[in-house]
Structure formats: structure tokens, C-alpha cells
Design a protein around this ligand. Structure first.
Ligand code: GLN
Length: 547
């Protein structure tokens, strides 16, 4: 049975709980333990799939097809452990399970209450797969004191109480604000947030304090005294230039040691940190720089394309260059020539997206990249845009478009080169969808295999003819147009195993023009960059030598 580490947050949100959890996971791994990380989110959406990326950042998709919180992306990037649908849960899902059971009569005529029915559901969830791993790290979204978080905190209290002593610890992440006028780090907000935790029956074993400065002994002693935590378990989480230094930085300030001490483990192996030393060296000592334009719609919030930004960084690390990614709103190109905006970049990436707004601009960006021989990487919607561009400008289908846009606006304005996929094969069953299906969880989601054409550029990049990548889309390039497009030079170099669904297109003769229907960014890791991102950055480096 696993040992459990619960991670809560106080004072303010956005302190980086997800990253701290991920880095701690990596440190425990470095000491030879197996870990799994899990996120418990108090919001009422059943999953984040229907939330706008503006609201909540990117939706991270697991191999088994769950749409989850972006923190699961951090967990995977730091530990390499593939997240599962059972690693992410929200109040919405918990309540929906409880209500489903109530309707089925599972509770035998009882009054259904938050305690014990909702809390039991949460505890059952925490337990899933706990016998497969040494440490289970469970991060609670939100901040202590939030009304909607209460059932989760109560469930943890019960959980800790019910497990044998010494099997669970609580790590609380807070903020120590720095008052420049008096030159002091203030401990009061942390004291208050620990008080809040204790009022609901929870006591932290470790205090992780975000701070701009190291914590002086006086403040450390004060925190230990007032928060009832050992002085050596008050850990400073200092600001870092790169998130990839986090495992090393937390090790330096003794986080892994404090966690093991809290469990009473004195015989843990020394951590093997070479992997993270290499990662930090590559991040901090690049030998050049490339500029990549990300032409998309959700440009105001960087978290909307979190995994893409990280995968580009990983590609840069492999090539020992810094990738300077700039977000450009594609709508600009609907009224302005893309050339003056895009000429200063060494490569162009068009990411995934939903809805028609901004798509004409993306098509123009794809055209610019194709005609000017600038490396182009189209991901999901970005591949669909590349195909529509080729259909319009190479194959002469002037009104080529996607059914997605006609569905949205009503009516029929486009020739549907990209159509609404209503039936596909998943493993050994056929999945069917209607145009009127619910919006939540009904896309083609999760890992699917693809077969690559021998001798194609992507086969060379992957070094394999069969791959598996994660999907999240409703629309698909129509193979009806394959022959016509191939005659004009666009090669369908990756297909679903049954040959029905185009997975990859590429443009032979162009330095790097690749569109993929899946999301390779979700599987990239700093210590194992995704081959497509690694090679895309390599192509950007080549391009930078030309201009
Ligand atoms: N909107 C497109 C579809 O549903 C693309 C989705 C995406 O880019 N993730 O097919």
C-alpha cells in the first residue's frame, strides 16, 4: 500500500502547487521510489473539457481518453509516469457519481449527505491504484477556506484518521510576502492559513513557503512555533528562472529529506539527480536562439497552450538552443498581410483550437509558411488549416473549409474537406456519435495508433512506422480529397491502422511542413523531448542560419 502525501494551498492561489507536487514526485523517483500524482479539483464541472482555455488553461488529455487539469501535464513532464483518467477528479464528477448511485438505489433508502456519501466517494477515489505505487501524491485544487473545497478537506481528514499511523502526511504551500519598506518576509498570512486548516482538523507536516528571499532563522522559528511544524520542515520555495530547476532547487533546501523524515524513513537511498542536472544545464546554457511564432486564438493566457510551450522548450534543450516563442493572434491576418508579422520568425506553429474565429488567419499563416519555405508545424486544427490551405490554393477548391464552421454558423458555405467524424474504431469496438450529442467527453479522445509511410519524413523523425499519440477532436480530414491533394504534392504520410483517418500530412520538398491530427505536445518531457518537437526546432535552427 502506498504512502500518501496530500498537498494543499493557502493565502493566495497560483502559487505553483502543481509544480511543487510534480517536483517532489521527481525527487522521490530519484531516490528509487515509484510515484503517482493525482489532482482533486473542487469546481463543479464534471471535467475541464468544456471550459474555455481562457478560463482554465489547457485541457490535458490522458492516454485513456480523459480530459483533465493541466497540472497532470506537469506531473507527466516531471515524472514520466503516464497520467490516467483516475488521476483527476472534480466535485462535479464526485456529485454526478453520487447522484447516479442514488438513482440506482445503491444507498438503500438513506438520506444522501456530504458526510459520509460525498466524502466516501472522494476517499474511494484517492484509494484507486494505491497498491501499485510507493507514494501517492494528491493535490487539492483551490485554497484552504474556499467553500467548495470543504468536502475534499474533510475527506482527507477522515482518510488520514483511518489509515495506520505514519502513512499519510500533509504538505501546505503558502506565500511569505516581502515588504520592501521594512525589508521583511511576513509570516502572518501563513499563520492564518494554517489556523484555517487546523480548524477543520488538518495539521501540516511540511510548510512550503513561496518567497522571493531565503527565510531568515527568526522567521523560520516563528513559523515553526505558530504553525506547529518542525523548523526543518519549513521549506523555502524560491522563485526560479526555469521550472526545470525545481527538483534540484527543492532538493537543495531539503524538501525530499523533510518528507522522508515526516514518514519516519531514515534509510532512503541517496537521490540520483544526474537527469535533472543535465536538464538544468541545457535550459540555462543554450548555445543559440530561435524565434517561433505560435499563431492562434487563445493568445492572452499562456497556460492555454502550456504543453506546446513546454514541448518547444524541450525541443530547444535537445538542440541546445533557447526557443523564444511568441504568441500571435491569427485574427490580425484577416485584415493584414502576414508577411511583415511572420518574416522575423524561424518557424511557425499553428496549435489546436475550436470554432471558426481566427481560422482564416491561420490558413494565411500556413500559406505564408508553405510559399516561403518556413518550417510549419500544424497541430490538430493547425493540420486541418494546412489541408484546407492546400485544397484552396493548390487543388483549386476555392471554398474548401471545415464542417465545424458551417455547424457553428448554420448553413452551408464550405466544401467540407474537413468533416464531422461520426464513426470510428477504438480498439475492437466502433464508436458512434450524432451531431446533436452532448458536448462533454464526446470527441475522439485519448491514444490511437497510426501507421506511417515508409520513407516519409515523419517515419525518419520517429524512427518507426507505427506510433501512438493522443487525440482530442471532433472533425477529420476527408480521405475523399486525398488523391487530389497528393497529386498537388501534399503527402498523407500517417494514417489510422484501418486507413480511414488521416493522422499526418507533410509536404515533400519543403524544409519542414508537417501537420498532425493529434497532440504530440502532451507526451514531451524535458528528459525525453518529443521527436517532432525536437526535429521542428532543429529545422528552425537551420532556418535561422539562412536568414
Ligand atoms: N476543432 C477541431 C476539431 O474538433 C480541432 C480540435 C483541436 O485542435 N483540438 O476537430
Amino acid at each position: 500500500m502506498a504512502r500518501f502525501i496530500f498537498i494543499t494551498g493557502g493565502v493566495v492561489s497560483s502559487l505553483g502547487k502543481g509544480l511543487a507536487s510534480a517536483a517532489l514526485g521527481a525527487l522521490l523517483q530519484a531516490r528509487g521510489y515509484s510515484v503517482r500524482l493525482r489532482k482533486l479539483d473542487p469546481y463543479l464541472n464534471v471535467d475541464p473539457g468544456t471550459m474555455s482555455p481562457f478560463e482554465h488553461g489547457e485541457v490535458f488529455v490522458t492516454d485513456d481518453g480523459a480530459e483533465t487539469d493541466l497540472d497532470l501535464g506537469h506531473y507527466e513532464r516531471f515524472t514520466g509516469v503516464a497520467a490516467r483518467s483516475t488521476d483527476s477528479i472534480s466535485s462535479g464528477r464526485i456529485y454526478s457519481n453520487v447522484l447516479e448511485k442514488e438513482r440506482r438505489g445503491d444507498y438503500l433508502g438513506k438520506t444522501i449527505q456530504v458526510i459520509p456519501h460525498v466524502t466516501n466517494e472522494i476517499k474511494d477515489f484517492i484509494h484507486i491504484g494505491a497498491d501499485e505505487t510507493d507514494f501517492m501524491l494528491c493535490e487539492i485544487g483551490g485554497t484552504v477556506g474556499d467553500i467548495e473545497g470543504l468536502p475534499f478537506f474533510e475527506a482527507i481528514r477522515q482518510f488520514i484518521q483511518e489509515r495506520p499511523r505514519g502513512e499519510c502526511i500533509l504538505m501546505h504551500l503558502t506565500l511569505l510576502p516581502y515588504l520592501a519598506a521594512s525589508g521583511e518576509l511576513k509570516t502572518k498570512p501563513t499563520q492564518h492559513s494554517v489556523k484555517e486548516l487546523r480548524s477543520i482538523g488538518l495539521a501540516p507536516d511540511i510548510l512550503l513557503c513561496r518567497s522571493e528571499h531565503p527565510i531568515p532563522d527568526k522567521e523560520r522559528a516563528k513559523l515553526a512555533l505558530f504553525c506547529n511544524v518542525r523548523a526543518d520542515s519549513v521549506i523555502a520555495a524560491l522563485d526560479l528562472k526555469s521550472i526545470y530547476e525545481a527538483p534540484l532547487a527543492y532538493h537543495r533546501v531539503g524538501l525530499d529529506r523533510a518528507v522522508l523524515d515526516a514518514f519516519g524513513i531514515s534509510s532512503a537511498p541517496q537521490p540520483q539527480l544526474a537527469r535533472w542536472e543535465d536538464v538544468a544545464d541545457r535550459v540555462y546554457n543554450p548555445e543559440g536562439e530561435v524565434r517561433v511564432a505560435i499563431v492562434g486564438k487563445y493568445t492572452q493566457l499562456e497556460d492555454a497552450y502550456k504543453s506546446i510551450a513546454e514541448a518547444l522548450t524541450h525541443g530547444g534543450m535537445l538542440n541546445r538552443v533557447k526557443v523564444r516563442a511568441e504568441w500571435i493572434d491569427s485574427e490580425i491576418f484577416e485584415t493584414e498581410d502576414p508577411a511583415p508579422h511572420l518574416e522575423r520568425f524561424h518557424a511557425i506553429l499553428v496549435p489546436g483550437g475550436f470554432g471558426e474565429r481566427g481560422t482564416e488567419g491561420k490558413i494565411r499563416a500556413a500559406q505564408f509558411a508553405r510559399e516561403r519555405n518556413v518550417p510549419y508545424f500544424g497541430i490538430c486544427l493547425g493540420m486541418q488549416m494546412a489541408v484546407i490551405e492546400a485544397a484552396r490554393n493548390l487543388a483549386g477548391i476555392a471554398d474548401a473549409g471545415s464542417e465545424e464552421f458551417d455547424h457553428e454558423a448554420g448553413g452551408k458555405r464550405f466544401t467540407p474537406v474537413v468533416y464531422h467524424l461520426k464513426e470510428w474504431v477504438e480498439g475492437n469496438r466502433t464508436v458512434q456519435r450524432a451531431a446533436t450529442d452532448d458536448k462533454g467527453g464526446t470527441m475522439r479522445l485519448g491514444a490511437y495508433d497510426a501507421v506511417l509511410t515508409e520513407g516519409s519524413q515523419v517515419a525518419g523523425i520517429y524512427g518507426s512506422l507505427s506510433i501512438s499519440e493522443r487525440h482530442r477532436h471532433r472533425y477529420e480530414v476527408d480521405t475523399k480529397y486525398r488523391k487530389m491533394l497528393e497529386e498537388k504534392g501534399l503527402c498523407f504520410s500517417g494514417m489510422s491502422p484501418d486507413g480511414k483517418l488521416p493522422e499526418i500530412v507533410e509536404l515533400p520538398g519543403h524544409p519542414w511542413y508537417i501537420g498532425v491530427q493529434f497532440h504530440p505536445e502532451l507526451k514531451s518531457k524535458p528528459f525525453q523531448p518529443h521527436p517532432l518537437f525536437a526535429d521542428f526546432v532543429r529545422a528552425a535552427v537551420e532556418q535561422s542560419r539562412l536568414v
